[in-house]
Design a protein around this ligand. Structure first.
Ligand SMILES: C[S@@+](CC[C@H](N)C(=O)[O-])C[C@H]1O[C@@H](n2cnc3c(N)ncnc32)[C@H](O)[C@@H]1O
Length: 376
């Protein structure tokens, strides 16, 4: 059901949709979070389909799901349909080619979960901040239903939910509309869990057709649901500046965060002249260990920039970061005590994303990391 022999169609470096892996370390793996938040025989709506990377993760439990997907891009919908018909014909879902708002105005179904994963080419969609649109979503959710949102922005260690930026505004806006909001961080994306009351967590089990690696990743993702960060103290939504919605503006903000971190490290005797020196830092075990120990001694969770950078940058270039796996394994108790939930939610999530990545560079750490993570 989940795997295909027609690998040439999908094993492409830009899609990361892999014929032999459901979970590939990309943000859409997080669609599997849905499984803990819905009952069996649930109805789920995915707004924003593209190639449907989130579809297999969504079906990866034993639960029966009636899935409807909406996207206004005719070509994407057709490509997605062709791909699933060719490679995964047992996975059944309905597709609708329409603008999401128009669809919701005419729809009369109730859903146990609705995913908002709608983006323009290089920016947030204006629908993300449209109260009328969110009201339509609210009306389509069952009483215990949850809205799950893919929110792009800064990595969690830069505290995006306390700064005045797009993710904070988005989370505040959603909380003001629905009543409850929590966050489950990934890399640059985080999943916002939004509902009218604290969402119900349902029992969940990995689908037996998944291979061992995918079953383990599935279980690991479900654990994150109970570690979700409750957003009780959001600063309140500001007026949205359309400039903030552009990915380029978010990237500029991130580079600013890097510079701030560099300044803090430099004032403690480290010498990082430019942001790109962080890339050589993570490939230099002795120097990097000093930075890790220094930041942890200051209770500075920005230390989580290391695995995030390692994982993000690995898409662009081959890095020498084997040492980080060895070091993490050796220092797991220290890291777990110092970083608390961040050790699992961020540090290990990112290293595991590298282990399961289709490029296979870090799959040699599979069994060692499996043991480490099982014994947490
Ligand atoms: C990030 S992709 C969705 C990825 C998808 N959830 C997955 O699992 O791979 C964002 C999608 O939103 C779609 N989109 C943007 N604006 C839309 C709108 N107003 N109505 C419907 N779809 C929209 C785009 O066409 C694009 O395919």
């Amino acid at each position: 059901m989940f795997y295909s022999r027609k690998s040439q169609v999908i094993d492409h470096h830009l899609t990361y949709l892999h014929s032999q892996k459901v979970f590939t370390g990309q943000y859409w793996d997080e669609f599997a979070l849905t499984c803990s938040l819905i009952p069996d025989h649930a109805k789920v709506l995915m707004l924003g389909l593209a190639l449907g990377g989130g579809i297999r993760p969504l079906f990866s439990s034993t639960k029966k799901i009636e899935l409807t997907c909406v996207d206004y891009d005719k070509e994407s919908v057709q490509k997605c349909r062709d791909l699933y018909q060719k490679c995964f014909p047992d996975i059944q879902f309905k597709t609708i080619t329409a603008d999401a708002k128009e669809f919701l105005k005419n729809d009369d179904q109730k859903y146990d979960a609705i995913w908002f994963d709608i983006y323009a080419d290089a920016a947030y969609s204006t629908l993300a901040f449209d109260p009328e649109f969110m009201n339509l979503i609210q009306r389509r959710l069952t009483v215990k239903g949850a809205l799950l949102v893919n929110a792009y922005g800064l990595p969690n260690h830069f505290s995006p939910l306390t700064a005045n930026n797009i993710q904070q505004n988005f989370a505040s806006f959603l909380k003001s509309q629905f009543g409850f909001a929590a966050a489950i961080p990934f890399r640059r994306n985080m999943t916002l869990v939004v509902s009218s009351a604290s969402p119900t967590q349902y029992p969940v089990k990995a689908n037996e057709s998944l291979n061992a690696m995918d079953q383990f990743t599935f279980d690991f993702i479900q654990k994150k649901v109970s570690q979700q960060i409750q957003l009780d103290e959001l600063a309140g939504a500001n007026k949205i500046d359309p400039h903030q919605m552009q990915f380029a503006a978010i990237d500029t903000h991130m580079r600013q965060c890097w510079s701030n971190l560099r300044e803090r490290l430099n004032s403690s005797g480290f010498d990082l002249k430019e942001n790109r020196e962080f890339i050589s830092l993570i490939q230099n075990p002795e120097r990097c260990e000093k930075v890790i120990l220094h930041l942890i001694s200051k209770n500075d969770l920005t230390v989580c920039f290391l695995p995030i950078l390692a994982s993000g940058e690995s898409h662009l270039q081959e890095l020498n970061i084997d040492w980080l796996f060895d070091w993490t394994e050796k220092n797991r108790n220290y890291l777990s005590e110092s970083l608390k939930t961040h050790f699992q939610l961020i540090w290990l999530t990112q290293l595991w994303a590298l282990v399961i990545h289709p490029h296979g560079r870090y799959k040699k750490f599979y069994f060692r990391f499996l043991t480490l993570m099982q014994n947490l």
